[in-house]
Ligand binder design. Structure first.
Ligand code: DX5
Ligand code: ZN
Length: 216
């Protein structure tokens, strides 16, 4: 099975968003990763629902939303209305994570939980069976184009062990500083899904870059 690839729209050219989305749609990309930021949970603001609601009209690809916001439970309805397949919420942003996860599922989406680089994988021990996916951040969230944090490979391996031990079918997604080199190590450690922003959009041939990531 090939590696699932979810290019991050954050690195697209926002003046030519339709062109870039159509390129992703033509490509072998499996999903489109959408980074939603609030300037509070992370020190940056990206785009929100008006943009997502427009772009979903021009793509057939499943949407993988990554909410880098405080109180993501306030926006479950809005995310569901975009037709998103996955809703990723940060472990660090949810006091009542179990409730948020159940609400996401009730609204017909696949719940996923994201861990910042400093958050240990073992904190997911109890919630794991309720999740479709875990997203491990391999940079501090908020910006594209940052350097890959090496310890992420170890976290992938630890999470893989936990998944095998609990016998769940949870996917492992990794986000931040992913390229062919780091991607190879992540897949070897057990990653199922690679998010890539700069690597895809700054390459001369983004469709080929996506193909190469899928072949890892
Ligand atoms: C960072 C975002 C990422 C970002 C990755 O906060 O969650 O999805 O777009 O960008 P690259 O691949 O450039 O590190
Ligand atoms: Zn992301």
């Amino acid at each position: 099975m090939s590696t699932i690839v979810a290019p991050s729209l954050l690195a697209a050219d926002f003046l030519n968003l339709e062109r870039d989305i159509l390129m992703l749609d033509r490509s072998e990309a499996d999903w489109i990763h959408l980074d939603i930021m609030d300037g509070v949970f992370v020190p940056n603001i990206s785009f929100g629902f008006p943009v997502i609601n427009r772009l979903k009209k021009v793509t057939q690809k499943p949407l993988d939303t990554h909410l880098m916001i405080v109180q993501p439970e306030k926006f479950i309805d809005e995310v569901a209305a975009t037709g998103a397949t996955f809703m990723n919420v940060h472990f660090e942003a949810c006091t009542h994570l179990h409730r948020v996860v159940q609400e996401i599922r009730k609204r017909g989406m696949k719940p996923a939980v994201t861990l910042n680089p400093h958050t240990p994988v073992m904190l997911l021990e109890e919630i794991l069976p309720d999740l479709e996916m875990v997203l491990l951040m391999s940079v501090n969230p908020g910006f594209g184009g940052q350097q890959f944090i090496d310890n992420s490979v170890r976290k992938v391996a630890q999470l893989k062990k936990m998944i095998l031990r609990q016998n769940t079918s949870t996917l492992i997604e990794v986000d931040g500083g992913v390229n062919l080199k780091t991607g190879r190590r992540l897949v070897d450690a057990g990653a199922d899904v690679l998010v890539a922003g700069s690597f895809v959009f700054s390459s001369e041939n983004p469709e080929e870059a996506i193909r190469m990531l899928r072949a890892l």
